[in-house]
Design a protein around this ligand. Structure first.
Ligand SMILES: [Zn+2]
Length: 77
């Protein structure tokens, strides 16, 4: 299973989750290790506990290209 990281860098107020090896993954001083997950969706669940506005990277976080929702944005209610 790939390791997933939460980027400390915000894009339009949204934090991004990246899998290990993603070109958009920040250096180790600007990311938080989330753990190993079979897919970005489960990593998103973990990250949603840590911050209120987070999404999976559109390049690395969606291993199944057929998955209909490449952008999974969690909004805190
Ligand atoms: Zn990425």
């Amino acid at each position: 299973m790939p390791s997933y990281y939460l980027s400390e860098n915000q894009t339009n107020g949204v934090y991004e989750i990246h899998a290990e090896g993603c070109v958009h993954l920040p250096d180790r001083y600007h990311r938080l290790y989330l753990g190993e997950y079979p897919n970005g969706r489960l990593a998103l669940k973990k990250a949603a506990l840590l911050c209120s506005n987070v999404k999976v990277c559109s390049e690395c976080g969606v291993p199944e290209l057929a998955y209909p929702q490449p952008f999974l944005v969690h909004q805190a209610s």
